[in-house]
Design a binder for this molecule. Structure first.
Ligand code: SF4
Ligand code: SF4
Length: 215
């Protein structure tokens, strides 16, 4: 999921300066799971905004704020409250904020910072797991991503700096390639160690990315 966090209250106060009437948008997917933009956070944000003199014309939690059609539909369903507002404050990831921006002529203000694509270990503890490289090699690396979890993003590891299974960049962290080796060994597989992995085709991660499911 996309891990995000709320912007600081100081930053929010700055970007909201001069705007009194606001419509709030949250996201029921990733932003809810990492407690940055779900129902509870929208409610708390509403209380805080009221405490600094803002008027909330309404709010909505969109199933997936990044889904442009759903975002448009939900904003239309709340048209009068959206119209009353001077700006929309969106508690969703960068994709969600942009989907809302493309669904209204109103000023859209992002309330979150998007951090990375990762896992939730437990509440408040998030780990980056994928860099969206476009050529996934997890099937050969026992489900551990070296592109993301090796400090150097090495495709052929470990590097010479590994010591007793720890990473040279941070001795408190396990070397990703040591973990890969150990897990492959337990599985009785050689995986990526059978071959030298060729450099990635980073052209696959050209920006902006586009993907269409073939019929
Ligand atoms: S190999 Fe690429 S696609 Fe697969 S998890 Fe790692 S970064 Fe993501
Ligand atoms: S010690 Fe391991 S995780 Fe750290 S940079 Fe070298 S190969 Fe990557």
């Amino acid at each position: 999921m996309i891990i995000s966090e709320q912007k600081s209250k100081e930053e929010l106060q700055q970007v909201l300066e001069g705007k009194t009437r606001l419509f709030l948008v949250g996201c029921a997917a990733c932003a809810t799971a990492c407690k940055a933009g779900g129902e509870e956070e929208v409610f708390r944000m509403q209380e805080w905004l009221a405490s600094i003199g803002k008027e909330i014309t309404g709010s909505v939690i969109i199933d997936e704020a990044c889904h442009i059609m759903r975002a448009g539909r939900d904003l239309r369903q709340n048209r009068s409250q959206v119209e009353e507002a001077e700006a929309l404050l969106v508690l969703a990831c960068g994709a969600g904020i942009q989907s809302i921006s493309s669904s209204t002529e109103k000023l859209v203000i992002g309330g979150l910072n998007s951090l990375f694509l990762g896992n939730i270990r437990r509440f408040g503890q998030y780990e980056q797991k994928c860099s969206l490289c476009g050529e996934c090699i997890l099937n050969e690396t026992a489900g551990i991503c070296p592109v993301t979890t090796c400090a150097k993003g090495l495709l052929n590891g470990p590097c010479g700096g590994m010591e007793e299974g720890k990473c040279e960049a941070d001795r408190d962290i396990e070397c990703a390639w040591h973990l890969i080796f150990e897990r492959l060994k337990k599985q009785g597989r050689k995986g990526v160690f059978r071959r030298s992995v060729q450099p990635k085709d980073w052209g696959k991660v050209r920006k902006p990315g586009r993907h269409k499911i073939k019929p």
